[in-house]
Design a protein around this ligand. Structure first.
Ligand code: NAP
Length: 246
């Protein structure tokens, strides 16, 4: 198994890519902390993992809440003595053209997608520094690389996540901590379930592989970057987009 006995926190693991990642990590032997703002989705993920014989527990976490993030890290260190992997996967969209975007839409997306990543990193980093190793992976997006109409807020967060990832990879490398990002293209999850059929066709058309991605496609990228197979990969942005970014 590729993550045997690794302690892995996955934010936003009650749905979509986070859920697929939690299930895959548990199959690979990790003890998974399913951290999500929604109890129902999070508990469902945990139950699925346990039914398959895996090890997981749910922690109700709003990544914008610094105290909750700190409490999560504290509880894990008390329980397991270390934190091996943090997957900063939680994210939201609140799309609008810039002329119509409310300040709340801007602030909410920045808070969850960018400040939330910072909050969780700050919460776990001391434990990782003390143990002399660790893996942090952040959810970026093709939108953070190329931009997208109606997503100035979302694109700003994902571009920010890429800058944060590279800076932190430089800052923490000498402490034995690797920091990378994954940049999904168009993946079919609850986040993208309301996209009109016409747009889906357009994305398929633009993607060299001529199809949309599945949550598990991204989960496998998280798995690679979390395992020792990627022990010399640091500060990378791994595109999982069927070639959409080229
Ligand atoms: P998803 O199905 O909506 O899952 C995101 C999860 O994060 C949901 O369970 C959500 O809860 C949770 N969440 C939202 N706000 C939170 C908060 N403040 N604290 C903790 N958890 C919170 O989305 P997804 O498609 O799997 O996306 C996962 C990540 O990949 C996101 O960062 C997204 O930006 C990125 N991504 C996705 C795509 C794609 O095509 N799907 C493409 C590029 C990047 P609620 O359901 O209550 O909101």
């Amino acid at each position: 198994m590729r993550l045997e006995n690794k302690i892995a926190i996955i934010t936003g693991a009650g749905s979509g890519i986070g859920k697929a990642t939690a299930l895959l990590f548990a199959e690979e032997g990790a003890k998974v902390i399913v951290a999500d703002i929604i109890e129902k989705g999070g508990e469902e993920t945990v139950n699925e993992i346990r039914n398959k014989g895996g090890d997981a527990f749910f922690f109700k976490l709003d990544v914008t809440n610094r105290e909750q993030s700190k409490q999560l890290a504290k509880e894990i260190v008390e329980k397991y003595g270390r934190i091996d992997i943090l997957i900063n996967n939680a994210g939201i969209t609140q799309d609008a053209l810039v002329t119509k975007m409310a300040e709340e839409q801007w602030d909410k997306v920045i808070n969850v997608n960018l400040k939330g990543v910072f909050n969780c990193i700050q919460a776990v980093v001391e434990a990782m520094i003390n143990q002399g190793n660790g893996v942090i992976i952040n959810a970026a997006s093709i939108t953070g690389i190329f931009g997208n109409i109606g997503q100035t807020n979302y694109a700003a967060t994902k571009a920010g996540v890429i800058g944060l990832t590279k800076s932190l990879a430089k800052e923490l490398g000498k402490k034995g901590i690797r920091v990378n990002a994954v940049s999904p293209g168009f993946i079919m999850t609850p986040m993208t379930s309301n996209v009109p059929e016409k747009l889906l066709e357009m994305f398929k058309e633009k993607t060299p592989l001529h199809k949309l991605g599945e949550a598990k496609d991204v989960a496998y990228a998280y798995l690679y970057l979390s395992s020792d197979e990627s022990k010399f990969v640091n500060g990378a942005v791994l595109c999982v987009d069927g070639g959409l970014a080229i």
